[in-house]
Design a binder for this molecule. Structure first.
Ligand SMILES: [Zn+2]
Length: 286
């Protein structure tokens, strides 16, 4: 335990440990960047060993000091900005991912997944609330998960969103334009969000993880262009190209239909991850 260390110092150490773009020479600069976000009055707040508990301490101090409103969205926006410092730039992330891919596809996704958890983009503490049931059946194990991790909307944010003008930017939550987006009362904070680019069928696509995962390494593959989901022959070649690129992942698509299909039909995307889905081929008779 390092009780004498302040929350600002602790976060500075976390940034130096997780973001290779900063070195020891940047310590004073980082301290001042953090203070600029949480207010100088937060300088003496005691630090916590756990990086996320320490992040909470900084956000609480910013609320107490009147730097931000005590609303869910304002807290998330600040938390995401503080963790952005602990995250390499998009070009840095893409470059490291591609370097690691030369070792193996799994080395690349292991690194990117771990980064997305460490910088709190993947909401590990909320995901821990999910409930999963597994039971054997004659068709194989049946698996049911209840996703309890998505936060209920804060009434203060709903009221604030009603007063805000609809900007239409980013066009949706799956657009590439979410990368680094500050967020607002009615749109998620994405300062710490990074997307790995790859080529699919001659087009640019992105790989990211789901912030509210419900299976292991729950990944989303998204078209760089905001266009509606459509299932056609190309979908199947794309899915096979993805599992050729990342052979340790599965890839699949929701239907491009409302109600029975995906919940984000406005943007072409697939899902995947490092999970064996509970399905099997029927037994062939004879
Ligand atoms: Zn979109």
């Amino acid at each position: 335990m390092c009780e004498l260390r302040t929350a600002v110092d602790r976060h500075g150490e976390y940034i130096l440990a997780t973001n290779p773009q900063y070195t020891e020479m940047d310590r004073v600069y980082l301290t001042n960047r953090i203070l600029g976000m949480v207010g100088d009055a937060a300088a003496d707040v005691p630090g916590k060993d756990d990086a996320l508990a320490n992040l909470d301490a900084l956000i609480d101090a910013a609320v107490v000091n009147g730097v931000i409103d005590d609303a869910q969205s304002a807290r998330a926006i600040l938390g995401s900005r503080l963790m952005d410092l602990a995250t390499p730039t998009p070009s840095g992330v893409n470059s490291t991912f591609n370097d690691k891919y030369q070792d193996s596809p799994q080395a690349a996704t292991d690194w990117f997944y771990s980064l997305s958890r460490a910088n709190n983009y993947i909401q590990t503490r909320a995901i821990a609330q999910n409930v999963a049931f597994r039971t054997p059946t004659e068709f194989g194990d049946l698996e049911i998960t209840i996703n309890l991790s998505k936060p209920e909307k804060d009434p203060r944010d709903i009221a604030a969103a009603a007063r805000q003008q609809q900007s239409g930017y980013p066009a949706c939550q799956l657009c590439l334009e979410n990368e680094g987006y500050a967020g607002r009362a009615d749109f998620p904070a994405r300062s710490n969000h990074r997307i790995v680019r790859f080529e699919l069928g001659g087009q640019t696509w992105g790989l990211q993880y789901s912030p509210y995962a419900y299976f292991s390494e729950h990944a989303i593959f998204l078209d760089a262009v905001h266009e509606p989901m459509h299932i056609n022959a190309r979908t199947f070649t794309n899915l096979l190209d993805i599992v050729t690129w990342l052979p340790h992942y599965f890839a699949g698509s929701n239907a491009d239909l409302p109600i029975v299909g995906g919940s984000m039909l406005a943007h072409e995307h697939y899902q995947g991850g490092r999970h064996t889905m509970p399905m099997r081929w029927p037994k062939l008779s004879g």
